[in-house]
Design a protein around this ligand. Structure first.
Ligand SMILES: [Zn+2]
Ligand SMILES: [Zn+2]
Length: 356
């Protein structure tokens, strides 16, 4: 209970909205903050709120090319250009449709993750959480998989710039953390470890076991691919036997985790079958790892997750774990949250924090 925990509240990042029908909706983050607030987690004595700011050009350049930042900026202003080359689809379709002010929106998401990681690096907090972050598919010169700029990769690159020598990145999103892996594939200072669904036609198609890193970074990429329909027990077995030992032997100074919530059984875009029980186990193990290896230093982001009834519960469970109060939270969701969520979603939602 004595750990100091930062929560990034960046409602401005709701302008990161790819289209009216796109599954990566800002409501995923808005409802998460609503639920965290309904439980009073943001008002705990050991919790402080962190605001956000746009990442600067120099910060984006830690990962992204000048050409890509320029293309993103101009496409988002409505200029015509060869934007397909940078991963963007025109006419509002595809994974990455061009949307208004997308440079500004994505810069805010990166700035939010930088604020979170600065909070931990400075020692103000042991743990911090940016639910709006986790855009792990963006590549240095190309958008992909709903992601414009790679906030987690920029946050890690910023830590390296500050002199941190070993960063471990753990990605539990149902999709392979391909962008982060690629950015640090040859860098021995960053371990990237991803557990994800893997199979024919499943996005992004990378993340097999033989992707282990290159050159001086050989051995610093770890992948635990799982077939569709994997449930809690098998997933946790792989997490414990393949991901956690790799992080332990790497001996990181800080842990960065992408907590994409799309491995849940109700997710419409994937077919793993995790319940909230697997999440609470995994989050507890990550928390213990941060204290065991990193003197507590742990920055977490959100990520994917397209079931609007599951994502806010998953990320509230994560934040409750970070705050050290998960066991004390009422299993019944706060009535005010249920009413607000049902109004926003126009559907009946589960009444409990954990799956039945
Ligand atoms: Zn702690
Ligand atoms: Zn995902």
């Amino acid at each position: 209970m004595s750990d100091s925990v930062g929560l990034v509240v960046c409602r401005e990042a709701a302008i990161y909205k790819l289209s009216d029908t796109h599954p990566l909706t800002p409501e995923r983050v808005i409802l998460t903050l609503e639920l965290i607030e309904a439980y009073g987690l943001d008002r705990l004595p050991n919790v402080h709120r962190i605001g956000c700011r746009p990442a600067t050009h120099d910060e984006l350049r830690l990962v992204h090319t000048e050409e890509f930042i320029d293309a993103t900026t101009r496409a988002g202003r409505g200029e015509e250009g060869p934007w397909e080359r940078f991963g963007y689809a025109s006419r509002g379709i595809g994974d990455n449709p061009i949307f208004p002010d997308m440079h500004e929106a994505a810069s805010l998401v990166v700035g939010a993750s930088l604020a979170a990681v600065e909070d931990v690096h400075s020692g103000r907090a042991q743990h911090s959480f940016n639910p709006s972050g986790g855009l792990h598919h963006a590549m240095p010169s190309r958008a992909g998989g709903f992601c414009v700029y790679n906030d987690v990769a920029v946050a890690i690159a910023w830590l390296l710039q500050q002199g941190v020598e070993r960063v471990a990145y753990v990605d539990v999103d149902v999709h392979h953390g391909d962008g982060v892996q690629q950015v640090f594939y040859s860098d021995p200072r960053v371990l990237t470890a991803s557990i994800h669904e893997y199979g024919p036609y499943f996005f992004p198609g990378t993340g097999d076991r033989d992707e282990t890193g290159a050159a001086a970074g050989r051995g610093t990429s770890v992948n635990a691919p799982r077939p569709g329909a994997t449930g809690d027990d098998e997933w946790l077995d792989a997490f414990r036997s393949e991901i956690l030992p790799a992080v332990r032997s790497f001996e990181p100074q800080i842990l960065v985790t992408q907590l994409g919530a799309d491995a849940h059984w109700t997710d419409p875009l994937a077919s793993l079958r995790l319940t909230t029980a697997a999440w609470s186990e995994a989050y507890r193990e990550l928390h213990e790892l941060a204290h065991e290896l990193c003197e507590g230093r742990w920055m977490a982001t959100g990520g994917g997750g397209y079931s609007l009834t599951a994502v806010p519960r998953g990320w509230t469970i994560a934040f409750g774990e970070m705050c050290g109060v998960l066991g004390e939270l009422s299993r019944e969701l706060p009535a005010a949250y249920v009413a607000e969520a049902e109004r926003l979603l126009d559907e009946r939602i589960p009444r409990t924090l954990f799956d039945g």
